[in-house]
Design a protein around this ligand. Structure first.
Ligand code: RAM
Length: 522
């Protein structure tokens, strides 16, 4: 894998859109959360990543522990937290005659407490690993860290004091922060406790990712990605209903397209709004479908009118990739996302996403009375669908294929179902065949699993959808999730597309959708 670096990319800034987004800056809800327990992390091959948490004592007893050079203590905050840490440090013994040298390590998972970050060998930056080394000159000290962390566990290591003094810690707490208004969420009632728990943890995941924007993950990448936004938005409509945050994020994307009018795959918001120079076929199209979903949820026609030309432009750009046959061109680069899978061919799913988007674009054009654009898109839709049936459906395999090598993947079948290329009965049969035959190119992210479950519900396979949810999201819970993860492959629990699971995000926006699925389809 390599990053996209578009050196020629020019930002076509729309200040009016940017101002609208700025005015929609969210309110933050803050809460003080003290550390709950002192714990240890011990080896256990049966547990995820090979580590298990054992409680030692209540955090109230922490001040009694005196730590000198080489000593450490691990604290458990009881649940996943996002916010700002503070703690008191007391010197014990003679007046401190040397600075305190300290290391603080934050972890969403036990493995981050147990394995040293210096062994990290992945291909994305190690700077995401949450660790601070510092010198404290004045003791006693009330230390407040300026950076926001995402964690449940905190390891405090005393690297050095001096021969004359040691230290103790107390009042270790966090000011947690979110822009999600938890009071807006209605209770989800269901006799199945596992589903209620899956719903609760989905909401907690979304809550912790809701900050100044809908972040993908508060540990990493801490930014606004379109593919994540799309799923967060639908989960938000079913729960917090902070619809202005969706609106803000849509305006942000529309405010900084490139010279061609294409919106970036993700945005940075500090020190000001900066689009990344990464462009993905599917993610740009999701600008349009996210606007469609936003309109369905709010009926906000003013926003729809304002953002329509940006939305329409994304589809036009995608259509430029369609060849004479009506199929989107494939290539070897990271041109479309779909899922994290090293061998997945993206052509089939991308074609399906184009069709899925065209259907929604046509509906939006109709709402707006844009008849000419509507007719253009109807013609394109016809062409794209016919091409799929002619070139991508293989009668002998009874599956859709993707790419030159005619790959059969889960992703392609799932997206073709969501694109409604076949009729309802055929779609149902296709998904049943998929579950039975289990093609080799599987799914690795909750993002892709979401689409499978949505497709199952969509064709009326409710029982299968629920079972899958319990197997997958329930599996994360059984493996100790406090919030749902960025990556999860039940057959390979160490999986990371980045070369090392330490860098994976364990509170990740795109895994928050069961709450939407349960509240929408049950
Ligand atoms: C990763 C993140 C993000 C996702 C992109 C494509 O960097 O997990 O959530 O949208 O990949």
């Amino acid at each position: 894998m390599s990053f996209q670096k578009n050196q020629t990319h020019v930002v076509n800034r729309n200040e009016r859109f940017e101002n609208i987004a700025n005015e929609l800056k969210p309110t933050f809800y803050r809460k003080n959360v003290p550390a709950k327990k002192v714990i240890e992390v011990v080896e256990n091959k049966e547990k995820i990543h090979g580590w298990e948490v054992k409680p030692l004592q209540s955090a109230d007893q922490l001040p009694d522990q005196v730590l000198g050079k080489g000593d450490q203590v691990i604290l458990d905050f009881g649940d996943h937290q996002v916010g700002y840490l503070s703690l008191n440090i007391q010197p014990v013994g003679s007046p401190p005659d040397a600075p305190l040298h300290l290391r603080l390590t934050f972890g969403e998972m036990p493995v981050e407490m147990a394995e040293t970050f210096s062994n990290y060998d992945g291909w994305i930056s190690s700077s995401w690993l949450q660790e601070e080394t510092m010198h404290v000159d004045v003791l006693p000290n009330h230390l407040t860290l300026p950076r926001r962390y995402s964690f449940r566990y905190l390891k405090i290591e005393v690297l050095d004091t001096s021969q004359k003094y040691k230290v103790s810690f107390d009042d270790v707490s966090i000011e947690s922060v979110t822009s999600a208004d938890v009071d807006n969420v209605e209770t989800f009632e269901n006799p199945d406790e596992e589903l209620v728990e899956i719903d609760r943890v989905s909401i907690k995941t979304l809550q912790d990712c809701m900050q100044d924007v809908f972040e993908d993950g508060p540990k990493r990448d801490r930014r606004l990605w379109l593919g994540d936004l799309r799923l967060q938005a639908i989960a938000n409509y079913a729960t917090f209903q902070n619809n202005d945050l969706v609106k803000r994020n849509l305006y942000q994307f529309a405010a900084v397209p490139n010279q061609n009018g294409q919106v970036s795959a993700n945005l940075f918001v500090e020190p000001n709004l900066i689009p990344d120079d990464t462009f993905l076929f599917d993610y740009s199209l999701f600008f349009t479908t996210t606007l469609y979903d936003y309109y369905q949820a709010t009926k906000d026609e003013v926003t729809l009118r304002d953002l329509w030309s940006a939305a329409y432009r994304q589809v036009e750009i995608a259509l430029e990739r369609m060849d004479d046959k009506g199929i989107v061109e494939d290539d070897d680069s990271w041109w479309s996302f779909i899922d994290w899978h090293p061998e997945l061919n993206k052509q089939g799913s991308s074609q399906a996403i184009l069709i899925y988007t065209l259907r929604r674009t046509i509906q939006l054009a109709e709402v707006l009375g844009e008849n000419k654009q509507k007719e253009t898109m109807i013609a394109k839709l016809k062409k794209a669908e016919e091409a799929v049936k002619k070139y991508l459906w293989k009668e002998d395999k009874r599956f859709f294929v993707s790419g030159e090598k005619e790959q059969v993947s889960w992703a392609t079948q799932v997206w073709m179902v969501l694109a409604e290329v076949l009729d309802q009965d055929q779609n149902q049969m296709l998904l049943k065949r998929l579950l039975k035959e289990q093609p080799e190119i599987e799914m690795n992210t909750p993002y892709m699993h979401h689409h499978l479950v949505e497709a199952l519900f969509h064709v009326g396979l409710e029982q299968e959808a629920i079972e899958w949810m319990k197997m997958y999201w329930g599996g994360m819970l059984r493996d100790g999730a406090d919030t749902f993860w960025e990556l999860y492959n039940p057959k390979d629990k160490e999986f990371s597309p980045y070369g090392n699971h330490l860098i994976n995000s364990y509170c990740h926006a795109w895994s928050c959708t069961p709450t939407y699925l349960l509240r929408t389809y049950l």
